[in-house]
Design a binder for this molecule. Structure first.
Ligand SMILES: Nc1ncnc2c1ncn2[C@@H]1O[C@H](COP(=O)(O)OP(=O)(O)OP(=O)(O)O)[C@@H](O)[C@H]1O
Length: 564
């Protein structure tokens, strides 16, 4: 392919004199599907939709699947379509507006050769010259000269005297017939030549020679615009400009030699030895997918998975509701009297956090299964790691954790009878959400690092248990050995529990007979900083842990990718 680009570059300066430039903008074309004999106005079928582009001097190919609108665009540009159907758009030739009434120096070679079978090649060309060259400008001798020039240019000398042929009369070959058809149009010296599928019906070699002929013509003051079906590579490399069409729209227009680079850039990779034009049609037909799927498109599938996979969505919600009710029943309407007032509140929070953290053990299995799919799809070029990662976080992890928490929190909060205060309720939700996200991020990181479910399960259980022990509920952190006490700084449990305790106990007064117990006194006793920053530092810590684990998970996924 690079060699082709090179050869095209070498050819870039090979115009003897360049032909005109045709530009078109916002062309829309529709046909009326009115039934015969019906007086009702028929439905409109849009065949071209707002197409714009440029046809420069040289070979301009219109490529696309059948019915994509190639012929229609060619006809509109050549002003062969009924102007009533042209709903919008303009065509300019060398910067001058042209329409069907303008005298355009153009010619159109139709797909089926329309030649007089009983006449020879020369006679057909003379017929064209006699009728189309003005007698004032061309005398008989000049017309004959023109015919000879065309015969020469098209290499028709050997068959000039041979009859075209009919059903009953063996005539010239298919390639010579096509050359003759082109010659019929070249008689008028058009600088703009339109051809509808010039290679259809010709064998590969003849098609090649016709396209080489057009290539030679395009180097000599002519701009050639043609529609074509799946040309072979030797033909494709002759295209100066390629316009790829699909469903009445242009999906690529630019140098033929750069089309492959363009598709590679947007993630569509052409297999070695694949014919580029076959590849482009495969891209249009969806047989080839982009390796640069955006987070959107990967996200589309993640979203469907999220909605359709009960393991990751509906069951999550039901589990949360179940645990919310269970928590509410165990710690139902905790009284404000000591010691239950404190003990049970902290117990309820611990239950909630255990539920959020250890609930991820089952997620690890899903992550590991999904990783196998990710490795396959990522190494096969379906999407980039970042696209998978972002869609996983934004469409799976975050909504899957946060949405059910609203249900869990609402049920637990009111069943337990926690502080009746709106701000406290939302800070309660925030704390549980951040705890859940930090825990799931750690599970994601471990799953991204481990190769088997067993290894991932063991690896995730260790930090979870350590975090629980150093969470402040099971062990009083103040009395802990100094060399171990640092572990509390990496405990999701501690940050979650401390934040929930401050949120609930600060400003509350509990009773034991006639003695008053202030919530702050308990917090002080546990060494929990209950200032405003004291509360928020826990949220910040949970948020930072989430980001760090997510980042590490991403790095791990990138490494997995490199190993493949
Ligand atoms: N007069 C018409 N009435 C109804 N539909 C039409 C008309 N002209 C074109 N179409 C439709 O418009 C679409 C584009 O047609 P067009 O012939 O331009 O496509 P094409 O890419 O050149 O196809 P092919 O490669 O098969 O020649 C097709 O679906 C065709 O059926």
């Amino acid at each position: 392919m690079e060699a082709s680009a090179q050869s095209r570059k070498e050819q870039a300066g090979d115009f003897e004199s360049p032909g005109p430039t045709l530009t078109f903008s916002n062309i829309s074309y529709a046909v009326n599907l009115k039934k015969t004999f019906s007086i009702k106005k028929g439905e409109e079928k849009w065949i071209l939709q707002n197409v714009s582009g440029i046809m420069k001097p040289g070979m301009n190919a219109l490529l696309g699947p059948t019915g994509s609108g190639k012929t229609s665009l060619l006809d509109v540009l050549a002003h062969r379509k009924n102007p009533k159907g042209i709903k919008s758009g303009q065509v300019q030739l060398n910067g001058q507006f042209v329409d069907s009434s303008s005298h355009q120096p153009s010619a159109y070679v139709v797909q089926d050769d329309i030649l007089m079978g009983t006449l020879s090649v020369r006679e057909n060309l003379e017929f064209s010259a006699n009728l189309r060259l003005s007698k004032k400008e061309y005398n008989a001798e000049e017309r004959q000269k023109k015919v000879n020039e065309v015969i020469q240019e098209l290499g028709l000398q050997d068959c000039a005297s041979t009859k075209i042929g009919t059903e009953f009369l063996r005539g010239i070959s298919g390639g010579e017939r096509k050359r003759c058809s082109i010659g019929m149009e070249l008689i008028t010296s058009p600088s703009l030549l339109f051809l509808d599928e010039p290679t259809t019906g010709l064998d590969a070699n003849t098609a090649n020679s016709i396209m080489h002929l057009l290539y030679m013509l395009s180097r000599n003051s002519r701009t050639i615009i043609f529609s074509i079906h799946q040309p072979r590579y030797s033909i494709f490399r002759l295209f100066d400009s390629l316009t790829l069409m699909n469903k009445g729209q242009i999906i690529y227009q630019g140098p033929g030699a750069e089309a492959l680079d363009y598709f590679t850039e947007i993630g569509f990779k052409c297999e070695p030895y694949n014919n580029p034009s076959d590849f482009f049609l495969d891209v249009i037909n969806g047989a080839v997918t982009s390796s640069l799927e955006t987070p959107n498109s990967v996200g589309g599938r993640t979203m469907k998975n999220f909605l359709r996979n009960p393991q990751t969505s509906v069951v999550q919600v039901f589990m949360m509701i179940f645990f919310g009710i269970l928590n509410g029943l165990i710690f139902f309407q905790i009284p404000n009297t000591m010691p239950e007032a404190l003990q049970n509140r902290i117990g309820a929070f611990f239950f909630l956090i255990i539920n959020q953290v250890f609930g991820n053990l089952s997620a690890v299995e899903l992550f590991i299964k999904e990783k196998v799919l990710f490795i396959h799809e990522n190494s096969s070029g379906y999407y980039r790691t970042s696209a998978y990662f972002l869609s996983k976080i934004l469409i799976d992890l975050i909504p899957n954790r946060i949405i059910p928490i609203f249900g869990l929190a609402a049920i637990s909060y009111f069943m337990i009878g926690l502080k009746e205060d709106v701000t406290s309720f939302f800070l309660f939700i925030l704390t549980i959400s951040l705890t859940s996200l930090a825990a799931v991020s750690l599970a994601f990181f471990v799953s991204a690092s481990a190769n088997t479910f067993a290894a991932a399960n063991a690896l995730i259980a260790i930090p979870y248990v350590l975090m629980m022990v150093f969470g402040g509920f099971l062990v009083n952190l103040n009395g802990m050995l100094n060399w171990l006490s640092w572990l509390k700084w990496i405990s999701i449990f501690r940050y979650g529990l401390d934040a929930l305790a401050i949120n609930e106990l600060k400003g509350q007064i509990f009773y034991s007979n006639l003695t008053l117990f202030y919530g702050e006194a308990y917090l002080d006793q546990q060494g929990i900083n209950h200032s405003t920053w004291g509360f928020w530092q826990n949220e910040v810590a949970l948020f930072c842990m989430t980001i760090v684990f997510m980042f590490l998970a991403f790095v791990q996924l990138l490494t997995v990718n490199k190993w493949k």
